[in-house]
Write a protein that binds this ligand. Structure first.
Ligand code: SF4
Ligand code: SF4
Length: 560
């Protein structure tokens, strides 16, 4: 049992934990005390003075971020004395600030801008020349600094020291000439450097990748999951005109706290917009791939697959896509194709793991695929056995989900032994070039579904971008008017560029064409069947998974 203290805040009595500061207690109670330099995951520096409050019997105002609560304490957070002190702090902070909100990337999500509206006098008494400081200073390969905008809160310095473990930033000079900089000969370059952009309360630190690309209010953010490794960091995926623009971390204390790595932030959203995306389903005719309708491609695939006996067919599933996609592919393999030759490729890079977030497993859903029972023999080396059978021409037809097998030279040669190669892929690759039939795949940003991280936490994906192939993806989307514009056909007939579908939908439709009864209307219906058939997922629903995910039963391994 924690020791509690009774304190009074603004005339109301509360029972709070004794080891908390006034700021922590007030935040938990939903009472707003403004602050710049305090951050829940960093040490307390107490230098911005914005959280000044009055505590009765104390001669001066105190900073709420560094003053512990005590039984009987009486706190005032908004009386005349406190308001006047806050206004003075804001006046000092704004004296030398360039006030260039119209060209600042942070505008619209800036603490200084919000507080200027809420806590400042609204006028400046300062009419002398402002102190000018360096602008457009590259702190490292991914972060740009505008020193004039910096309010010297030191959050970025503490982040480098305490979280990223790269003490590269410091202040030099004194008074209103203080400058944030790197130590001589150093760059601010670490795997987590871009988190300082999120925690900088002003527009002093901006992303070299994203700066000047969009105003914040022109974008829509969708709750999503990073697919860069098996951690599954919670993210916001920002879109405009049906294009993905940036990723930022979403707080989940069970997965990624407040952070994400730079690799995940930069590498897992651009391919959604990429010119390399497959626009339409395709079939090979006369040695050339031609774009066809979904009906035609599914009809062709059904007819060609019927030419083969179960033992002639192999299937490669994918840890890069959802539980729903892999479950339906597996069901299709076992019930329609009636073969057991299904497996998936491991993507482990042992040298690329740390004790912060980054995992060696570079696929987001290998745990889910395992729990679904896609690897019958745990000792097998991924697709090795299947490729051996392809080489020996025992397997004549191969279905591949989202893997560029041909990027490996050996596999490229082996694939040429096949009579029929069907590939479900979101991008053109060496493997899609070899394919006889190509299904254009929806990415994680274009579908509903679930993925399971390395610890067994099942997390939700929601569509942030709309494809032509799946109008159902529109369900539940909250879109800004810019995004809506991007999903509609304009007067020249230009609309969503990709006719892409998730694998659960494609292989359900293919099963229907081959005489199966795969009547699924949504990813949620597929998930509901998974929870009935696979013990590890028993009892889960999209609602119970919620915003922050929920644990699968890891001890209940193979279910189907
Ligand atoms: S750059 Fe931003 S985070 Fe760093 S000290 Fe200045 S205001 Fe604070
Ligand atoms: S640690 Fe992994 S999941 Fe998290 S942001 Fe990086 S790549 Fe993405």
């Amino acid at each position: 049992m924690e020791n509690m203290a009774t304190i009074t805040i603004d005339g109301k009595e509360y029972s709070v934990k004794e080891n908390q500061t006034i700021l922590q207690a007030a935040t938990e109670l939903g009472i707003e005390i403004p602050y710049f330099c305090w951050h829940p995951k960093l040490s307390v520096s107490g230098n911005c003075r914005m959280c000044l409050v009055e505590v009765e019997k104390m001669p001066k105002l105190v900073i709420a971020c560094m003053t512990n609560v005590a039984d009987g304490m009486v706190v005032h957070t908004a009386n005349e004395r406190v308001i006047s002190a806050r206004q003075a702090v804001m006046e000092f902070l704004l004296i030398n600030h360039p006030l260039d909100c119209p060209i600042c990337d942070e505008a619209g999500e800036c603490k200084l801008q919000d507080y200027a509206y809420n806590y400042s006098r609204g006028v400046s008494r300062f009419d002398e020349t402002k102190v000018h400081k360096p602008k457009r200073v590259p702190l490292g390969p991914r972060v740009m600094l505008d020193v004039e905008r910096c309010i010297m809160c030191s959050r970025c310095i503490r982040f480098g020291d305490e979280i990223a473990k790269q003490p590269a930033l410091t202040f030099t000079e004194r008074g209103d000439h203080v400058v944030l900089t790197t130590y001589p000969g150093m760059e601010f370059d670490n795997d987590y450097s871009m988190n300082v952009i999120d925690i900088c309360p002003v527009g002093a630190l901006t992303s070299r990748d994203f700066r000047f690309r969009s105003r914040v209010w022109e974008m829509t953010s969708t709750e999503s999951i990073c697919v860069g490794c098996a951690r599954g960091c919670n993210t916001y995926l920002w879109t405009r005109n049906n294009q993905t623009m940036r990723l930022t971390p979403r707080i989940n204390e069970s997965v990624n706290s407040h952070w994400m790595c730079d690799y995940g932030r930069l590498s897992t959203f651009k391919f959604v917009n990429d010119d390399l995306r497959i626009r339409e389903p395709m079939i090979k005719q006369g040695g050339k791939q031609i774009e066809v309708s979904w009906d035609q491609v599914l009809k062709t695939a059904a007819e060609r697959l019927k030419e083969y006996k179960p033992k002639d067919i192999g299937v490669i599933a994918s840890p890069f896509t959802t539980n729903e996609d892999n479950y339906i592919l597996q069901k299709f393999t076992r019930e329609i194709l009636k073969t057991k030759a299904i497996d998936y490729v491991d993507h482990i890079k042992p040298e690329d793991e740390d004790d912060i977030l980054i995992r060696a497993d570079k696929s987001p859903n290998s745990t889910g695929v395992k729990l679904l029972g896609l690897r019958v023999d745990e000792r097998a080396d991924g697709v090795g056995e299947i490729m051996k059978d392809v080489k020996e021409k025992k397997i004549k037809c191969l279905i591949v989900l989202n893997e560029d097998l041909a990027s490996d030279e050996n596999y490229e040669k082996i694939l040429s032994h096949l009579e029929l190669l069907i590939v479900h892929s979101w991008s053109h690759s060496k493997t899609t070039e070899l394919a006889d039939i190509v299904f254009s795949a929806a990415t994680y940003a274009e579908m509903h579904g679930t993925i399971t991280n390395f610890e067994g936490r099942v997390q939700r994906l929601k569509p942030a971008v709309v494809t032509k192939g799946s109008s159902r993806a529109l369900e539940g989307l909250s879109m800004s008017r810019w995004d809506k514009f991007g999903t509609q056909y304009d007067k020249w007939g230009r609309g969503p560029r990709r006719n892409a579908r998730p694998a659960w939908e494609v292989f359900s439709l293919l099963a229907l064409k081959m005489g199966g009864k795969f009547q699924y209307q949504s990813a949620e219906e597929v998930f509901s069947e998974i929870t009935e058939k696979v013990p590890a997922f028993k009892g889960l629903t999209y609602q119970s998974i919620g915003r922050l995910g929920t644990m699968a039963k890891m001890q209940e391994k193979v279910g189907v």
